[in-house]
Design a protein around this ligand. Structure first.
Ligand SMILES: [Zn+2]
Length: 210
Protein backbone atom coordinates (compact mmCIF):
# COMPACT_ATOMS: atom_id res chain seq x y z
CA UNK A 1 0.00 0.00 0.00
CA UNK A 2 1.23 3.47 -0.90
CA UNK A 3 0.30 6.50 1.22
CA UNK A 4 0.09 9.65 -0.84
CA UNK A 5 -0.63 13.27 0.02
CA UNK A 6 -2.09 15.28 -2.83
CA UNK A 7 -0.63 18.77 -2.43
CA UNK A 8 -1.29 21.87 -4.52
CA UNK A 9 0.14 25.26 -5.29
CA UNK A 10 -0.96 28.08 -7.60
CA UNK A 11 -0.23 31.66 -8.55
CA UNK A 12 -2.58 34.23 -6.99
CA UNK A 13 -3.52 37.71 -8.18
CA UNK A 14 -5.49 39.64 -5.52
CA UNK A 15 -6.49 36.30 -3.97
CA UNK A 16 -5.57 35.19 -0.47
CA UNK A 17 -6.90 31.64 -0.22
CA UNK A 18 -8.09 28.75 -2.36
CA UNK A 19 -9.86 25.60 -1.15
CA UNK A 20 -12.65 23.18 -2.02
CA UNK A 21 -16.16 24.66 -1.81
CA UNK A 22 -17.00 22.98 1.53
CA UNK A 23 -13.50 23.09 3.01
CA UNK A 24 -10.48 20.84 2.52
CA UNK A 25 -12.41 17.68 3.45
CA UNK A 26 -15.27 18.49 1.04
CA UNK A 27 -16.91 15.09 0.39
CA UNK A 28 -18.01 16.17 -3.09
CA UNK A 29 -14.70 17.43 -4.50
CA UNK A 30 -13.61 15.20 -7.40
CA UNK A 31 -9.94 14.24 -7.78
CA UNK A 32 -8.90 13.05 -11.23
CA UNK A 33 -6.00 10.58 -11.25
CA UNK A 34 -4.03 9.01 -14.03
CA UNK A 35 -3.35 5.58 -12.49
CA UNK A 36 -0.71 2.93 -13.01
CA UNK A 37 -1.23 -0.77 -12.22
CA UNK A 38 1.45 -1.94 -9.78
CA UNK A 39 1.16 -5.53 -10.99
CA UNK A 40 1.83 -5.13 -14.73
CA UNK A 41 2.84 -1.47 -14.99
CA UNK A 42 0.02 -0.51 -17.35
CA UNK A 43 -0.81 3.21 -17.22
CA UNK A 44 -4.49 4.00 -17.81
CA UNK A 45 -4.39 7.16 -19.94
CA UNK A 46 -8.01 8.01 -19.15
CA UNK A 47 -8.27 9.87 -15.84
CA UNK A 48 -10.20 8.16 -13.03
CA UNK A 49 -12.40 10.21 -10.72
CA UNK A 50 -12.16 9.62 -6.96
CA UNK A 51 -14.68 11.32 -4.69
CA UNK A 52 -15.08 10.93 -0.91
CA UNK A 53 -18.90 10.82 -0.86
CA UNK A 54 -18.77 7.76 -3.12
CA UNK A 55 -18.06 4.64 -1.06
CA UNK A 56 -17.90 1.01 -2.17
CA UNK A 57 -17.18 -2.25 -0.32
CA UNK A 58 -13.46 -3.00 -0.13
CA UNK A 59 -12.69 -6.25 -2.04
CA UNK A 60 -10.32 -7.22 0.82
CA UNK A 61 -13.41 -7.48 3.02
CA UNK A 62 -12.20 -4.71 5.32
CA UNK A 63 -14.68 -1.83 5.41
CA UNK A 64 -15.18 0.55 2.51
CA UNK A 65 -13.02 2.28 -0.05
CA UNK A 66 -13.62 5.14 -2.47
CA UNK A 67 -12.64 3.38 -5.70
CA UNK A 68 -12.20 -0.18 -6.96
CA UNK A 69 -10.51 -0.37 -10.35
CA UNK A 70 -9.72 -3.44 -12.40
CA UNK A 71 -6.67 -3.34 -14.66
CA UNK A 72 -7.61 -3.77 -18.32
CA UNK A 73 -4.43 -5.72 -19.05
CA UNK A 74 -3.87 -8.09 -16.09
CA UNK A 75 -7.35 -7.91 -14.46
CA UNK A 76 -5.83 -7.24 -11.02
CA UNK A 77 -8.10 -5.11 -8.80
CA UNK A 78 -6.76 -2.04 -7.04
CA UNK A 79 -8.35 0.36 -4.58
CA UNK A 80 -8.06 4.05 -3.68
CA UNK A 81 -9.17 5.15 -0.20
CA UNK A 82 -9.26 8.78 0.89
CA UNK A 83 -7.81 9.82 4.26
CA UNK A 84 -9.27 13.19 5.34
CA UNK A 85 -8.26 15.65 8.08
CA UNK A 86 -4.77 16.12 6.67
CA UNK A 87 -5.13 19.20 4.52
CA UNK A 88 -5.52 22.94 4.69
CA UNK A 89 -6.43 25.76 2.29
CA UNK A 90 -3.76 27.14 -0.03
CA UNK A 91 -2.80 30.49 1.49
CA UNK A 92 -1.33 33.59 -0.08
CA UNK A 93 1.93 33.02 1.81
CA UNK A 94 2.34 29.50 0.42
CA UNK A 95 1.38 30.72 -3.07
CA UNK A 96 4.03 33.45 -2.97
CA UNK A 97 6.75 30.89 -2.24
CA UNK A 98 5.36 28.24 -4.59
CA UNK A 99 5.01 25.92 -1.59
CA UNK A 100 2.88 22.81 -2.12
CA UNK A 101 0.19 22.50 0.57
CA UNK A 102 -1.42 19.15 1.39
CA UNK A 103 -5.09 18.90 0.54
CA UNK A 104 -5.98 15.24 1.07
CA UNK A 105 -4.40 11.88 1.91
CA UNK A 106 -4.94 8.75 -0.23
CA UNK A 107 -4.12 5.09 0.28
CA UNK A 108 -3.39 3.34 -3.01
CA UNK A 109 -3.53 -0.45 -3.06
CA UNK A 110 -2.29 -2.18 -6.20
CA UNK A 111 -2.28 1.17 -7.98
CA UNK A 112 -0.07 4.24 -7.99
CA UNK A 113 -0.97 7.76 -9.13
CA UNK A 114 0.91 9.16 -12.11
CA UNK A 115 -0.74 12.59 -11.93
CA UNK A 116 -3.68 14.39 -10.33
CA UNK A 117 -5.90 17.16 -11.66
CA UNK A 118 -9.11 18.93 -10.68
CA UNK A 119 -12.51 20.05 -11.93
CA UNK A 120 -15.38 22.01 -10.41
CA UNK A 121 -16.13 22.71 -6.77
CA UNK A 122 -13.58 25.27 -5.55
CA UNK A 123 -13.85 28.59 -3.77
CA UNK A 124 -11.39 31.48 -3.49
CA UNK A 125 -11.27 34.55 -1.32
CA UNK A 126 -10.01 37.89 -2.61
CA UNK A 127 -7.67 40.10 -0.62
CA UNK A 128 -10.33 42.80 -0.70
CA UNK A 129 -13.06 42.52 1.89
CA UNK A 130 -14.74 44.90 4.27
CA UNK A 131 -11.68 45.47 6.46
CA UNK A 132 -9.19 48.38 6.17
CA UNK A 133 -6.12 47.96 3.98
CA UNK A 134 -3.75 47.72 6.97
CA UNK A 135 -4.93 44.14 7.38
CA UNK A 136 -3.78 43.39 3.83
CA UNK A 137 -0.23 44.37 4.76
CA UNK A 138 -0.52 42.04 7.74
CA UNK A 139 -1.72 39.23 5.50
CA UNK A 140 1.20 39.74 3.11
CA UNK A 141 3.79 39.91 5.88
CA UNK A 142 2.49 37.06 8.00
CA UNK A 143 1.18 34.84 5.22
CA UNK A 144 -2.00 34.13 7.15
CA UNK A 145 -5.60 34.83 6.37
CA UNK A 146 -7.55 35.91 9.41
CA UNK A 147 -9.54 38.60 7.60
CA UNK A 148 -12.55 38.00 5.40
CA UNK A 149 -12.30 38.84 1.73
CA UNK A 150 -14.83 38.65 -1.07
CA UNK A 151 -15.78 35.04 -1.78
CA UNK A 152 -15.80 33.53 -5.28
CA UNK A 153 -17.62 30.20 -5.41
CA UNK A 154 -18.17 27.18 -7.64
CA UNK A 155 -14.85 27.70 -9.41
CA UNK A 156 -13.90 25.29 -12.16
CA UNK A 157 -10.18 24.45 -12.12
CA UNK A 158 -10.26 21.96 -14.98
CA UNK A 159 -8.31 24.50 -17.03
CA UNK A 160 -5.95 25.07 -14.05
CA UNK A 161 -7.03 28.72 -14.08
CA UNK A 162 -9.79 31.03 -12.82
CA UNK A 163 -10.31 34.75 -13.44
CA UNK A 164 -12.99 37.21 -12.30
CA UNK A 165 -13.37 40.78 -11.04
CA UNK A 166 -13.56 41.85 -7.39
CA UNK A 167 -16.18 44.62 -7.04
CA UNK A 168 -15.07 45.57 -3.52
CA UNK A 169 -11.42 46.10 -4.43
CA UNK A 170 -12.15 47.12 -8.05
CA UNK A 171 -9.37 44.81 -9.17
CA UNK A 172 -9.12 41.70 -11.35
CA UNK A 173 -8.70 38.44 -9.43
CA UNK A 174 -6.97 35.40 -10.82
CA UNK A 175 -5.83 31.92 -9.79
CA UNK A 176 -3.47 30.49 -12.37
CA UNK A 177 -0.85 27.80 -12.89
CA UNK A 178 -2.59 25.36 -10.51
CA UNK A 179 -0.25 22.39 -10.01
CA UNK A 180 -0.74 19.22 -7.97
CA UNK A 181 1.90 16.85 -6.58
CA UNK A 182 1.39 13.28 -5.41
CA UNK A 183 3.77 13.02 -2.45
CA UNK A 184 4.45 9.54 -1.10
CA UNK A 185 4.72 9.68 2.70
CA UNK A 186 6.18 6.96 4.97
CA UNK A 187 3.28 7.05 7.47
CA UNK A 188 0.21 9.13 8.26
CA UNK A 189 1.75 10.71 11.33
CA UNK A 190 4.30 12.26 9.02
CA UNK A 191 4.13 16.09 8.88
CA UNK A 192 0.73 16.66 10.45
CA UNK A 193 -1.44 18.74 8.15
CA UNK A 194 -2.96 20.99 10.80
CA UNK A 195 0.40 22.28 12.02
CA UNK A 196 1.46 23.02 8.48
CA UNK A 197 -1.82 24.88 7.92
CA UNK A 198 -0.84 27.49 10.45
CA UNK A 199 2.73 27.96 9.31
CA UNK A 200 2.49 27.20 5.65
CA UNK A 201 4.99 24.34 5.49
CA UNK A 202 4.45 22.18 2.45
CA UNK A 203 6.56 19.06 2.83
CA UNK A 204 9.71 17.77 4.40
CA UNK A 205 12.57 15.30 4.11
CA UNK A 206 11.88 11.72 3.18
CA UNK A 207 8.98 12.51 0.90
CA UNK A 208 9.08 10.86 -2.51
CA UNK A 209 7.41 12.65 -5.40
CA UNK A 210 5.60 10.94 -8.20
ZN1 LIG B 1 -2.26 -4.60 -14.57
Amino acid sequence: MVKVNVAITATFENIKSLQPQRGVDDPDLPYFFKLQCMNCGEVCEKETCVIMSKKVANPSGKGTTNLVKKCKVCSREGTVTMVPERGCPLSLGASLYGTYITLMGFEFNGLEPVSCSFGRGWKAESTYGSLPSISLVFVLVMGIYETTGTLFEDIDLSGAEFADFCDVGQVPVRVSNVRAQCQVVPHWGYGSGRYRCRYGYGYGYGTRYL
